[in-house]
Design a protein around this ligand. Structure first.
Ligand code: ATP
Ligand code: MN
Length: 467
């Protein structure tokens, strides 16, 4: 085969160099044949669009043509010509074809229109479909937008540890990390496991959040963000929870809760606008195939001011809804940790736009949040989104050493884990705020996909760590 430099399909489709010979490589999506011509739709992942390869059957070896099956990988030399058929701008009239990888009829992606559940069982191959190709291209673009947003604002990307000995959220939903022989655990006289001979000399886990270390960085570098994997051993089998997910956590010295809300709102709008500006082909596909309201919802978010509302006022609205006959699965009362149905009621029914809920009861929020003067609430702020519920959780942090220490003691959090965190309040403490955005929750919103398992390449959930 003649050596011609490969052109990506995304570039080819923009090309007007008609009459030149090009090389494309990719995987067969579909093949149609008549007696004289075969049409192969080739995709190389650079774009959701295929390029059509037109094959004059007489000019090629019959045995080779039999190998042009769905899923096969080809290298094609051919003439770039203007397409006369509708749909695409260019096509390729094949001069030479090499089958790089054959694909027989056991290929799991032969049939179209498989369920999302089925696609999860073939997660190793599903990126080769239109839907998952679109999702993962958008995922990349969103990651890039996030780094760009913070970099342009002068934030530093700070790497917090993945293995940790402290439980940031205090929720006890951590995966342990150990090299101990689980068949022969050493225990002390009380029957507790002895960790001194374990790898780290103490009990260690996978992090649930980089926030505590992020706060250390913010009180040194001014404004930082983390962007990394986090792990939660919560047994919540919902369409919005993963055991391994990616979180973005900005933390900013001297920001109060209002600055924090401003940052969160600007940040999400920037990401959504980025998707509209840079991923429209993929979004259009998802809008047509997955979620008809997607584009409209994305556009409306960037133009709408988010509602800012105190938790106490949110509860009033929900109580009024209950009084008016609205049925929730879970009860509503002051002090309740809002369920997704409550959050979505406020966003989708009542306000019909995103809501930032603030000043939650301290009992349902983490120990590090700044305590309000009322003694009952803390300066928390959760951003609630249509279809998703909570997409961001954040707060102004308690900067007062005495108050923070009192709260840690009240909750019985072991000081041996927390001394270094308290040092930020002991030495040059400053007001500061931050939040965590679940990357996959953002992706749910931007792609219109219904289940969080379908916006991460290899989902980890209870009873599932395949691939
Ligand atoms: P939820 O109430 O939905 O379980 P949370 O209150 O536990 O969330 P935070 O601890 O505030 O969440 O974490 C910050 C953000 O991380 C959340 O707003 C959400 O976007 C995301 N997040 C939290 N838990 C998960 C999870 N298990 N899978 C995916 N994303 C998550
Ligand atoms: Mn939260």
């Amino acid at each position: 085969m003649k050596a011609i430099r490969r052109t990506k399909i995304s570039d080819l489709l923009k090309s007007t160099a008609f009459g030149t010979e090009v090389n494309v490589r990719g995987w067969v999506r579909t093949r149609r044949s008549s007696k004289q011509v075969a049409f192969v739709a080739l995709n190389d992942g650079s774009t959701i669009k295929n390029v059509q390869v037109v094959i004059d059957v007489e000019k090629f070896d019959e045995e080779m043509l039999k190998l042009l099956t769905t899923g096969a990988c080809l290298s094609v030399n051919g003439m770039l010509v203007e397409s006369i058929g509708g749909g695409q701008s260019v096509e390729i009239q094949a001069t030479e074809i090499e089958v790089l990888g054959e694909c027989d009829n056991t290929y799991p992606l032969q049939k179209k229109g498989q369920t999302m559940e089925y696609m999860r069982t073939v997660a190793h191959l599903r990126p080769r479909t239109n839907t998952f190709g679109a999702v993962f291209r958008i995922r990349h673009n969103m990651a890039y937008a996030i780094h760009k947003f913070f970099h342009d604002k002068g934030f530093y990307y700070f790497h917090t540890p993945i293995i940790t000995a402290s439980d940031c959220e205090g929720a006890g939903q951590m995966f342990q990390v150990t090299t101990m022989n689980l068949y022969d655990l050493k225990k002390d006289d009380e029957g507790s496991i002895k960790y001194d001979s374990d790898f780290f000399g103490k009990q260690a886990s996978l992090t649930v959040s980089g926030q505590l270390e992020g706060e250390l960085a913010a009180t040194a570098l001014g404004a930082i963000y983390t962007f990394g994997p986090t792990f939660r051993a919560e047994n919540s089998n919902t369409p919005r929870h993963l055991a391994e997910f990616w979180m973005i956590e900005p933390e900013v010295a001297f920001n109060d809760i209002t600055d924090n809300m401003d940052l969160a709102e600007e940040f999400i709008k920037y990401c959504v606008q980025w998707a509209l500006d840079h991923c429209m082909e993929d979004i259009t596909f998802l809008n047509n195939m997955i979620d008809k309201g997607l584009i409209e919802r994305l556009r409306s978010i960037v133009d709408t001011e988010f509602v800012r509302l105190a938790y106490t006022d949110g509860i009033k609205i929900l109580e009024e809804a209950v009084a008016a006959g609205h049925k929730f699965e879970f009860p509503v009362y002051w002090g309740v940790d809002l369920a997704s149905e409550h959050e979505r009621y406020l966003v989708e029914h009542h306000f019909k736009r995103p809501v930032i809920l603030t000043d939650y009861p301290k009992e349902i929020k983490a120990f590090y949040m700044k305590q309000n003067e009322d003694g009952k609430t803390v300066r928390a702020m959760d951003v609630l989104f249509p279809k998703i519920g909570e997409i961001i959780g954040g707060s102004e942090r308690e900067a007062d050493y005495g108050k923070l220490l009192a709260r840690i003691e009240e909750l019985g959090i072991p000081m041996k884990d927390m001394w270094w965190y308290l040092d930020t309040r002991r030495y040059g403490s400053c007001p500061h705020s931050g939040f965590g955005l679940g990357f996959e929750r953002l992706l749910l919103f931007v792609t219109g996909m219904a289940n969080i398992r379908d916006v991460i390449p290899f989902p980890r959930t209870p009873n599932n760590a395949e691939f």
